[in-house]
Write a protein that binds this ligand. Structure first.
Ligand SMILES: Nc1ncnc2c1ncn2[C@@H]1O[C@H](COP(=O)(O)OP(=O)(O)OP(=O)(O)O)[C@@H](O)[C@H]1O
Ligand SMILES: [Mg+2]
Length: 228
């Protein structure tokens, strides 16, 4: 989640879903964005790649179908990943926080994005009551090239709030090429995938360390990956 548009919510959701699926976990991808970007991505996914159960949660249920029937997923599903639209606030933000165990916030390294992310984190804590509800929050620095001054400022702000930056995603056309094919970067040809697989391993590690069903719940903030 992030109220800021274009920061990489769909890219993170799709790549994380494909990474989880490729690791053998039954995975579902919920699309709450009426733009339907992750639903479109999933529709182009080749059949011979690990399956992901897609749910177009932005669609109103069809006549005669309940909302819970519309959102049903296979019982063995291990991970549900939710792609949310920009501009989230109020009751929708509250609902998504309530439904989720963990919250990942992609951030672009720009002053504008940093400010709106700081405001979004405030909403997440005040309106979404994320901390009060025991939800773990982590930042994913997206499209990083260098450690910009604004990123250093954001890091300081997050440090004060005890929110870890758990991964850095490179700015690379690999994400664009993978998205066009309905796959994740880790599913690209080996040479391309190798360079970009590290953040997805870090993110899944963090998820598993913080997983409520996992014995090792409660991860110390010190396990967060520092900026290089
Ligand atoms: N690390 C990256 N490297 C290169 N391109 C990227 C990267 N991350 C995202 N992009 C590109 O940036 C654009 C916006 O990304 P994305 O759609 O994931 O953002 P979003 O937060 O979901 O946007 P929206 O708020 O509209 O839903 C897309 O064209 C995507 O392919
Ligand atoms: Mg999106």
């Amino acid at each position: 989640m992030n109220a800021k548009g274009g920061c990489g919510k769909t890219t993170v959701a799709a790549n994380l879903a494909s990474y989880c699926a490729s690791q053998g976990y039954a995975t579902a991808l919920f699309d709450y964005d009426p733009q339907g970007s992750s639903t479109r991505w999933l529709k182009t996914r080749p059949e011979d790649y690990p399956a992901i159960c897609g749910v177009a949660a932005y669609e109103p249920p069809k006549a005669g179908i309940t909302r819970s029937w519309q959102l049903r997923i296979p019982q063995q599903t291990r991970y549900v990943i939710r792609d949310t639209p920009a501009g989230y606030s109020g009751i929708e933000l509250e609902d998504r926080v309530h439904e989720s165990d963990l919250i990942l916030i992609p951030v672009l390294p720009s002053v504008i994005d940093m400010h709106s992310t700081a405001n979004f984190i405030r909403d997440l804590l005040l309106i979404g009551k994320a901390r009060a509800r025991g939800k773990q929050i982590a930042i994913i620095a997206n499209r990083t090239r260098i450690r910009t001054r604004s990123m250093i400022k954001l890091e300081r702000f997050l440090h004060n709030l005890d929110i870890p930056v758990i991964a850095q995603i490179r700015d690379t056309q690999n994400y664009v090429h993978a998205a066009e094919q309905g796959i994740g970067v880790c599913e690209l040809a080996e040479s391309a995938a190798q360079r970009d697989s590290a953040p997805w391993e870090h993110i899944l590690d963090w998820i598993q360390q913080n997983d409520r069903e996992n014995d090792s719940f409660a991860t110390p903030v010190s396990r967060a990956m520092p900026f290089a």
